[in-house]
Design a protein around this ligand. Structure first.
Ligand code: P1T
Length: 377
């Protein structure tokens, strides 16, 4: 099936009782059992929910995975994933990840005995050099948040297979519409569904996708044990949103290309967007992604200049998060990546002059006019 056919139909059958086309929102915490020891496969809301199962099957089909496990947030998914480890285990991570991911792993889970190496995964030699006998996982964001660094997923998967360790990819920025890491050999994909998959800035959620039987079984057990489930209503909203993922992503991409080109005239050499030829991994991006997405970062020089611009934008809204139909702008150093130490931020390029655009699907002429007027103030 094609992507949109799966997006609209996978995981969803008309309701057997009424024929309702839209999957019902099963708002129930528990289920009647037929008799002691006999039930319909549904025991308790934390463990089983049909609206959630529909969402899981839907996104699994899009990522070409056998299984999906939906969570209450992207970070809940990442937290659950890390329960796969034991004290002493070592994980190699992209040095630039969402600030909240860094905070969870380096500032919290490290206290439970996990060890993390933060390396530039866009150069596989750095992964090879960081590998030790204790390494159990390579955790990659590509493109990274907010510097949009690109890692070679096929090469990393081959390395992970040769060492018998898990390769995990946070695919939030690309979505399966533009990039499918499991097809490139990754073991596990995860998303903050808060972003493009839900796409309307009205749900916080996460999901893990995998075809690895052992990882799936353990992660599902751990989710039930730890309890970070999404509400049936949030699952329904996200399921409704994936139906339009293809058309939204095409428009995000089209608008972002135009805005990146416009910004590149105003700030030559300071715009980071995988679709620009000036991006150091533009060729790799073209090879492993079928589009460049809606995220753009630009270094405007100083904090004062960044503040002036973000405060002056009118349509493009100053806010954390990304991936919604509405355009947003943020200042990563003080917002999304505030918990990354300043010297690390500076090394990564997350300077006080960096601003990040999440380009929405409004009329691009209006977005460019908004930026043009903010630059004139
Ligand atoms: O916010 P939550 O649903 O818990 O997802 C965390 C997360 C995970 N991975 C990536 C790549 C992300 O960008 C995020 C969340 N990011 C933002 C809130 C942000 O503004 O960048």
């Amino acid at each position: 099936m094609g992507f949109s056919t799966d997006a609209i139909h996978a995981g969803q059958k008309p309701d057997p009782v009424t024929g309702a086309i839209s999957v019902p929102i099963y708002m129930t915490s528990t289920y009647e059992q037929d008799e002691l020891g006999k039930h319909k496969g549904y025991e308790y809301g934390r463990t089983h929910n049909l609206t959630r199962q529909s969402l899981e099957a839907n996104i699994a089909a899009l990522e070409k995975a056998k299984y999906g496990i939906a969570f209450s947030s992207g970070l809940a998914a990442i937290h659950n994933l890390m329960y796969l480890h034991k004290p002493g285990d070592h994980i190699i991570c992209s040095d630039n990840v969402y600030g909240g991911t860094f905070r969870l792993l380096e500032l919290n889970l490290k206290e439970f005995g996990l060890n993390f190496s933060w390396v530039d995964t866009s150069d596989i030699e750095n992964i090879k050099n960081a590998f030790t006998e204790k390494t159990k996982m390579v955790y990659v964001e590509t493109p990274t948040n907010p510097m949009l660094n690109i890692s070679d997923l096929k090469a990393i998967s081959e390395f992970c297979k040769s060492k018998d360790i898990l390769h995990v990819v946070d695919n939030t920025f690309m979505t399966p519409f533009f990039q499918r890491p499991i097809e490139l050999g990754a073991d596990i994909v995860l998303h903050s569904t808060t972003k493009y998959l839900n796409g309307h800035c009205d749900v916080v959620g996460g999901i893990i996708l995998t075809s690895n039987e052992a990882a799936h079984e353990r992660l599902r057990y751990l989710q039930n044990a730890a309890g970070s489930i999404p509400s049936p209503f949030d699952c329904w909203l996200t399921l409704r949103s994936t139906k339009t993922l293809a058309v939204r992503m095409e428009r995000h991409n089209k608008n972002a290309i135009k805005i990146a080109e416009y910004l590149n005239i105003k700030f030559p050499g300071k715009v980071v967007y995988p679709g620009l030829e000036s991006h150091p991994d533009h060729e790799l991006a073209k090879k492993q992604m079928s589009g460049f997405g809606g995220m753009i970062s630009v270094d405007v020089g100083f904090y004062s200049e960044a503040k002036k611009i973000v405060d002056s934008l009118k349509i493009i809204t100053l806010a954390e998060s990304l991936g919604g139909v509405e355009s947003l702008v943020c200042h990563p150093a003080s917002m999304t990546h505030g918990s990354v130490p300043k010297e690390d931020r500076d090394k990564l390029g997350i300077t006080d002059g960096l601003i990040r655009f999440s380009v929405g699907i409004e009329d691009v002429e209006d977005l460019i006019a908004d930026i043009a007027s903010a630059l004139q103030i």
